[in-house]
Design a protein around this ligand. Structure first.
Ligand SMILES: NC(=O)c1ccc[n+]([C@@H]2O[C@H](COP(=O)([O-])OP(=O)(O)OC[C@H]3O[C@@H](n4cnc5c(N)ncnc54)[C@H](OP(=O)(O)O)[C@@H]3O)[C@@H](O)[C@H]2O)c1
Length: 512
């Protein structure tokens, strides 16, 4: 098809980014994620002419909401949360095809009404649409929604043709291996794996995708990317906020489930995987699963590979803040960790003997996510250092957020008449090179799901492999109550004890 034959919205854009006629159904459409991320993502895709010509948005939820009211809620969400201002004409295109169906998540009749509504949309268009079901509710109703998509026939719509239905499942995907397996088997009883898109929004971030480009589009890294040159890898996902108003959710989750099992493991997989044969979804995900499967079981008994802690009162942003146990909604004597650090070993040819250190926590010194690849120290001390360790180790760090970019620490000569060295930082900043108005993760992910590209989504076996690694840790911690729960002052970089994971190899946590 010539570019001029395409719908005007799609002209000038690469063809593979064009989705077929689509109806996006959001379950939980009156919720927080819909307002803060999904509606703004759809608006910005419309702004960039990336929505298909025949695009419909249907909200679904228990409360009866008239179409007009839903459109008002949605335009309010664009005004408040979109990275771009609301443009009446662009929003008008989306709003014209935005409707709402009310019904329970466990109410079959509601899904029948939804099916009839989609049928009406198809009649209006005069052809089939693909349905993208976005499950954006609390996990307690994931199961009933999936079951009713099956019973109402919506899950199997148009199977066998390009317009078949798809389902996007929000995180958390299970809370341990058993629940993840049950959720996978519920999904598989209605959908085939290629219809399922499990979200980890970290994969939609530009900097996370850039990690693959840096690794596989530059030839200088691959020869060094192994145990011969790399001393260790540190992955940090730090938040400066406390639990805030979300204690109810967090008490059931904790740091390991909320951050480590999903986000940091995705960063690890992309850092450590072998080069895939292509950038196709299955090729990339095969390599991710392969490296996740090579991770050795985590040692739990003292001295183990894990450290957990809770923040205690401290200072952040110049203000005194309470400790976790004094936050509203936190159970007295709670055993929920707000910080976790893990040491992992990958038993394969590339990584044998290279420790991967992971840490995440709330109320840490600052909000930052980064991957730091630390190279081995240079041999010898020819520049007058007492020890070769006086030289800084070369470190390549990928800043995932904020201040997105890449930097490399090198040793340089300090100008002067004697030879003294100092570490210097070479940096690439996204905002400087490309401007700051980059797409949000959810824009990329919603578009990819519409197009049917699963590369940036988690495959079922991937999520189970990660849970298999961490479920014994969760079981062990539960059996210990608060035994071994360390404390760290709010606003610090975590408990001193976490340093014990690195000390045996003479390593230390970076201060990113
Ligand atoms: N919010 C975020 O920033 C964020 C970030 C990452 C992932 N997520 C994930 O995205 C999903 C949605 O998050 P959210 O913050 O939008 O959730 P939410 O606002 O708490 O709930 C979304 C909608 O689900 C329905 N709902 C709420 N509680 C329910 C219950 N107990 N039983 C049945 N329905 C219920 C409500 O709609 P009706 O009453 O109209 O039916 C509500 O508007 C969750 O799985 C969450 O873990 C959220």
């Amino acid at each position: 098809m010539a570019d001029s034959d395409r719908h005007p919205f799609l002209q000038g854009f690469s063809k593979h980014r064009g989705a077929p006629a689509t109806v996006v159904v959001i379950f939980g459409a009156s919720g927080d994620l819909t307002a803060r991320k999904l509606i703004p993502a759809i608006y910005n895709l419309s702004y960039d002419n990336l929505l298909p010509a025949d695009f419909h948005l249907v909200g679904y939820g228990r409360k009866p909401i008239p179409d007009e009211e839903f459109r008002t809620m949605a335009s309010g969400a664009v005004k408040e949360f979109s990275r771009r201002e609301l443009d009446a004409e662009i929003w008008g295109r989306v709003a014209a095809n935005t409707t709402y169906v009310s019904g329970g998540y466990d109410e079959r009749a509601g899904f029948d009404r939804l099916a009839a509504h989609i049928g009406e949309i198809e009649k209006g268009i005069g052809g089939e649409v693909q349905s993208l079901f976005y499950i954006s509710t609390p996990p307690s109703v994931f199961g009933p929604i999936i079951e009713n998509l099956g019973l109402s026939g919506l899950g199997g719509r148009n199977l066998g043709n390009a317009n078949h239905s798809k389902v996007v499942v929000e995180k958390p995907f299970g809370r341990d291996l058993n629940s993840a397996r049950l959720l996978n088997s519920a999904l598989r009883s209605v959908f085939s794996e290629e219809q399922v898109y499990r979200i980890d929004h970290y994969l939609g971030k530009e900097t996370v995708q850039d990690l693959l480009v840096q690794r596989f589009a530059n030839s200088i890294f691959e020869p060094l990317w192994n145990r011969n040159y790399i001393e260790s890898v540190q992955i940090t996902v730090a938040e400066d906020q406390g639990v805030g108003t979300r204690a109810g959710y967090y008490e059931q989750s904790g740091c390991l489930r909320d951050m480590i099992q999903n986000h940091t493991m995705q960063l690890l997989a992309l850092t450590a995987m072998e080069a895939p044969g292509s950038f196709e979804a299955e090729a990339v995900r095969d390599e991710k699963v392969k490296v996740l499967k090579a991770i050795q079981p985590i040692a739990l008994a003292e001295p183990g590979d894990v450290c957990r802690a809770q923040y205690v009162a401290g200072m952040t942003g110049g203000k005194s803040v309470p400790g976790y146990l004094d936050e509203e909604g936190v159970a007295p004597g709670s055993g929920t960790e707000t910080y976790a650090a893990i040491r992992l070993s990958i038993n394969n040819w590339r990584w044998h003997g290279v420790p991967f250190y992971l840490r995440s926590g709330k109320r840490l010194a600052r909000r930052v996510s980064e991957i730091a690849v630390q190279f081995k120290a240079p041999p010898g001390t020819i520049f007058g250092q007492k020890e070769r360790f006086d030289l800084a180790a070369n470190t390549l760090s990928f800043q995932i957020q904020p201040d997105e970019g890449l930097s490399m620490i090198l040793n340089a000569k300090i100008p002067g008449l004697e030879t003294r060295t100092q570490p210097v930082k070479m940096s690439f900043r996204y905002a400087t090179a490309f401007g700051s108005n980059t797409p949000e993760a959810y824009e990329r992910l919603v578009l990819d799901a519409m197009i049917g590209d699963g590369t940036l989504f988690i495959r079922g076996d991937e999520t189970e492999t990660s849970w298999k690694l961490y479920t014994p840790v969760l079981d062990f911690w539960r059996s210990q109550g608060r035994k071994g729960m360390e404390g760290y002052p709010a606003g610090s970089w975590g408990p001193n004890e976490a340093g014990g994971l690195l000390a045996p190899r003479g390593h230390a946590w970076r201060q990113p």
